[in-house]
Design a protein around this ligand. Sequence first.
Ligand code: PEP
Ligand code: MN
Length: 361
Amino acid sequence: MIVWLRKAHTEEQLAEVVRRIQASGCRPDVSAGTEGTVVGLIGDTKRVDENLFLELPWVERTIRISRPYKLVSREYQGASRRIRVGEVVIGDGSVTIMAGPCSVEGMEMLIPLAEACMEAGAQILRGGAYKPRTSPYAFQGLGREGIRCLVEARRRTGLPIITEATGSHRHMGPDGQREERTVLEEVVEHADILQVGTRNMKAYGFLEEIAQRTAERGTPVLLKRGESASLEEFLLAAEYIVLHGNPDVILCLRGLRGGESTRFLRYAPDIGAIPVLKNESNLPVIFDPSHATGDRRYVEAVALAAVAAGADGLMIETHLDPERAWSDGQECVTPETLARIVSEARKIEGVRSDAVVRARG
Ligand code: PEP
Ligand code: MN
């Protein structure tokens, strides 16, 4: 439920609303916007009587949110959320380009690649240091060394970095000694955006922990859709992060299992989910055409379709020598292709209507 206060209310009157919310067993979430002050009730509002608020003359109206997800819904917050990362604003109507390798393979590989991505128009550098691999025998990422490479690439290029936290377990150092810090702590300390992979979308305890740790530092979280999660489940996973303290969540679509997946395409690209998510929620939506297709021949077409459908950004796996990439080489594009995708995406960005982008609410 949301309580709207009349414009000319006093601090005392707001405090009374807050007090009544707390007395009803809910948590108040106050936001003062240009259209006045609204107070959300977080918790079980089923038994809360709206008249408790409507009887106060300084309350204009109350609204019950019909969706199971509350804080991330358009019903709750009509305006689209803009997320600032350094100089970049995600969700302002433009297309944010994130690019970089699937996995970081070392300093000599990452630095020239990061520079090439930047020249091709990337605004954020992606790269996995901790890799969630289906096989326990596959390359698991360089771990702490991978993070060190990303930090150095950021220092050289100025690009903010996004990387995945695979869990909150302690990990082994290169000498086989136990590290003091957990993977999550390590990633939170260095990443400008923390990525939650498709495999962790339903790790609810982990999502809560991520929310708390990233909120302390004001780090946004990019949440990937589970490979067979419904959109409602996806939004509820985002709700966990917002409810536990971090409102800066970026939704990322990356294809679904089923349909064409496995034969021609690694996953089924879920482009139709872009307008749905933008209608249902106020969070920015990024599309990952690399994992969605699993084939570099199709990355460009699907990326541009996602932009046309209203995506707030793209995340594209890029490699200087895709054939030799340590992971996901088949879906990595070269910086030349990335540059072409960016230039085409900018043209489409320029002709998208407000109705499609929904950047202004
Ligand atoms: C990735 O982006 O590196 C990744 C592992 O993607 P996903 O979680 O979508 O499989
Ligand atoms: Mn990958």
